[in-house]
Design a protein around this ligand. Sequence first.
Ligand code: HEM
Length: 257
Amino acid sequence: MHTIGSWLQLPPADYPYLRALAHDQVFTQELLPSTSQLALSDSATGQLQAYFRELVQERRRAPGNDPVSGWLRTWDALAADREAADEAVYLLALLVFLAAPETTSTMLSTMVWLLLEHPRQFGWLRAHPDHVPDAVEEVLRYDSPNHIISRVAPEDTMLAGVPIEKDRMVHLMIGAANHDPRHHLDPGVFDIRRKAAHLSFSSGIHYCLGAPLARLEATTLLTALLGRLPGLQVSAPPVWAPRVGFRRITELRVVPS
Ligand code: HEM
């Protein structure tokens, strides 16, 4: 929240409010959300829409040296329609915000949990910190923060030999792909040295815009953790939110040594 909030130059006092809305909003992207989860998500989406529309208007009134003001300047230089610019920039700011904190915070807690669960690998990493980026990739492969990418078929099509009718929704299961034994030897084994490619940031034209930032956050956290809390241990099993699409540890209790 802090990373994305400071990049977009949002007031830090708003972070707790925005974080709570981001948590509630994800249910629209769940596989089988309940009615009450969807209601929660609708309400969060409405509040986030209002927040980011207001943000764009604020940056219009007082442009600064921040990405939202920069996107407005770029758009204005390309086309005269200010309303269209405001709408496009609002959607971009909202998308960037929604895509960032839930996925990244989940990855950070899963990473800590997985490495503490594998103390030999955690210890090896301490002696070989240059392999921290490999560990981050293996965390992303082994337990991706986001397990579902959904698409609607624009026309009748065949996907890997399966006929898909026009307008049908297809869910791509990232976790299953990352554990496909045809691509990964012993996929159920967590091995920070395997250097395997994964689909956790998707692929193709919609490849995650924030992948370098997420990787930077994870390598920064892990490097600091190895240096400052080398004896860290899990003191109780983690608590998981009962979700499929966006995996999330809600509680991970640790002790320093
Ligand atoms: C570990 C953290 C992250 C994971 C696992 C992740 C995962 C993904 C995935 C799977 C997609 C593709 C969705 C689709 O095709 O429907 C995506 C797209 C996107 N991500 Fe991330 N993301 C992460 C962090 C971030 C961060 C930090 C940002 C912003 C700074 C971000 C911004 C975006 C944006 C804007 C898109 C849409 C790209 C497009 O459609 O062209 N993501 N992300």
